[in-house]
Design a protein around this ligand. Sequence first.
Ligand SMILES: CC(C)(COP(=O)(O)OP(=O)(O)OC[C@H]1O[C@@H](n2cnc3c(N)ncnc32)[C@H](O)[C@@H]1OP(=O)(O)O)[C@@H](O)C(=O)NCCC(=O)NCCS
Length: 170
Amino acid sequence: MIQLSPYSQLPDDVRQLLNDYIHAEFGHIPIVQETAWASPDWTILYKEGDTIVSFYNIIERYILMDGKSCKVAGINNVITPAAFRGQGYCTKLLNDTTSFIFDELRTDYALLLCADAMIPFYQRLGWYTVDSEVYFDQPSGRKRWAANIMLLSLHKPVAPATIDLQGTPW
Ligand SMILES: CC(C)(COP(=O)(O)OP(=O)(O)OC[C@H]1O[C@@H](n2cnc3c(N)ncnc32)[C@H](O)[C@@H]1OP(=O)(O)O)[C@@H](O)C(=O)NCCC(=O)NCCS
């Protein structure tokens, strides 16, 4: 069963469990430690009974693509806990929630920042990479994102020269 929850309404024990998974997966990575990240607006849970078998977060944000304002669903902390991996849970979760992203949140694009190794996985789900210069905010000022950025479009793919996340990254 897929459960869509505003992040602010997640029960404390669930938020703690997800934070433990997130910390275990990404907490040791220097760029993760050194960066100020956006807070999620939504958490999307895939549950088998009471057990969370896959999840991710969404940040709703108006960004600039070549100076034009667009609404995006920023996707982050995509995790299937180790015991449940390789069974298609994440694929199903991402596929089954595209209508929430585009129809209910009324976004123009979904956008994620990811490691090289994960690109083929997201490409299989219809995402594409863009060569855009990507800028984001940090307490120390405006920065340029050095790694990959991927988009998912409801209609045709776009290739903006610059993207400004208009805030902290995710
Ligand atoms: C990536 C992840 C969410 C996939 O969840 P899942 O439920 O096992 O995904 P699915 O069963 O739908 O698909 C599995 C596919 O994911 C891809 N994949 C998983 N981990 C990968 C990795 N480290 N590098 C490259 N591809 C990977 C593979 O294509 C895999 O297919 P295979 O099982 O045939 O090898 C899960 O492995 C995970 O939580 N990893 C650690 C956190 C992470 O890296 N998240 C992604 C951040 S962008």
